[in-house]
Design a protein around this ligand. Structure first.
Ligand code: FA5
Length: 368
């Protein structure tokens, strides 16, 4: 049909527009007529059909549609036929609109129902419980130690893990080439730094920073060139204790360590000191406590000795006080150091401290 013919026959033009609509509408018609056709549509496809139908409406009823164009032809219709033509166009328009509306309604209802079904929550489903973590046994032990010493008036110092030779050895009265360096051989970097082999380094930092008098503990990680075995790891935890004041004696050391062990392992715990040697304390002593499992009778945990070895201690050597500018004539002090990993092993009856760093959840879960 040419442009000229269209103008000559407006009615035919309206009929053509209606036919074009019916052709395109055919695939939507079922949605209104047959509920089964809708049931086959999932949520996403139903939404796509809604959009396609909206486009169809714009194409056939919008301002630029063929029907809208045909209305403008009314002036070309003979005056006596204008009324009938007008009515005819309106009927066609109403029929098209009504067809579209029916499908629209059906689709809207279906989409709303599908959305409700999609967003529905099944309150009867079992909940998903978040997996709760917990502190590592070494952390638990460290916190218990800290609590006890804080209640005795000690501050908690945080040391550094990478140290210079001076803090790890020299200031602690272990000069170059001294044999006491050998058992604490550690990991050196090429430019004069070393991983600290003991928390005694914090004694020096703390006294340099805060002078005397002073009471502190310093828990932390230390490193040694030790071959792993059931009681050794190349990385383990120690806690250092230091008390410097006027008139501090060995009695204060014994009283403090005994009180700490009683609070940790129970009132009945007995402590004993054995003479020992550390370059940075004089006199020096290692301390043991009566086995918390058998009370001293002898068992597997204390290897039948009735005693458990815990750490080293002694009166701070005057050379150490001098190295940090504290006058040994005026001040004296005691220090002690113990291994946290071995304490955890004793407390929980572990026969191998390497378990603490294997990251096996089946093992760690037991300490919740
Ligand atoms: C010291 O490290 C001294 N700094 C302790 C000290 C502090 C003495 C203050 C006097 C005054 P020792 O090398 O003995 O001492 O180590 C102390 C504790 O660390 C030991 O009793 C043990 O419990 C623990 N320990 C030592 N080597 C290892 C290792 N390889 N693995 C696990 N624990 C270890």
């Amino acid at each position: 049909m040419t442009e000229g013919q269209q103008h000559e026959n407006p009615t035919a033009q309206v009929e053509a527009a209606r036919r074009a609509f019916e052709q395109e509408f055919e695939r939507f018609a079922n949605f209104a007529a047959d509920p089964a056709a809708l049931r086959g549509l999932d949520f996403k496809s139903a939404e796509a059909e809604q959009r396609a139908l909206a486009e169809l409406r714009t194409r056939h009823l919008g301002k630029k549609s063929a029907l809208a164009a045909s209305k403008k032809l009314i002036g070309r219709v003979a005056p006596e036929e204008r009324g009938a033509f007008g009515q005819f166009v309106q009927q066609q328009e109403a029929a098209v609109a009504s067809s579209i509306e029916q499908v629209e309604n059906a689709l809207n209802t279906h989409v709303a129902a599908a959305r409700t079904a999609r967003e529905a929550i099944d309150v009867t489903l079992p909940g998903r419980r978040p997996r709760r973590g917990h502190l590592h046994p070494i952390t638990l032990m460290r916190e218990r130690i800290e609590d006890i010493f804080v209640s005795l008036g000690y501050a908690i110092e945080d040391g550094r893990e990478i140290e210079t030779d001076f803090y790890n050895f020299t200031a602690l009265n272990i000069p170059d080439n001294h044999p006491a360096r050998a058992p604490q051989d550690t990991f050196y970097t090429t430019d004069g730094f070393a991983l600290r082999s003991q928390t005694s380094t914090v004694q020096i930092h703390a006294m340099q920073r805060r002078g005397a008098p002073l009471r502190m503990i310093a828990p932390g990680r230390v490193f040694r060139r030790d071959t792993p075995d059931p009681t050794h790891n190349p990385m383990f935890y120690q806690v250092e204790g230091l008390c410097v004041d006027r008139g501090i004696s060995m009695a204060h050391l014994k009283g403090t360590v005994a009180e700490f062990l009683r609070r940790m392992f129970g009132e009945q715990t007995v402590t004993r000191f054995r003479p020992s040697y550390f370059p940075f304390t004089e006199p020096s002593a290692e301390f043991d406590f009566s086995c918390f499992k058998c009370g001293g009778k002898g068992c597997r945990i204390c290897k039948n000795s009735g005693w458990i070895e815990l750490g080293g201690s002694g009166m701070v050597h005057p050379n150490v006080l001098r190295s940090v500018g504290v006058d040994p004539e005026e001040f004296s002090g005691f220090a002690f150091g113990l291994g946290i990993d071995r304490m955890v092993a004793l407390m929980y009856g572990l026969d191998d401290i390497r378990l603490l760093f294997e990251n096996d959840v089946r093992f760690l879960e037991q300490f919740d």
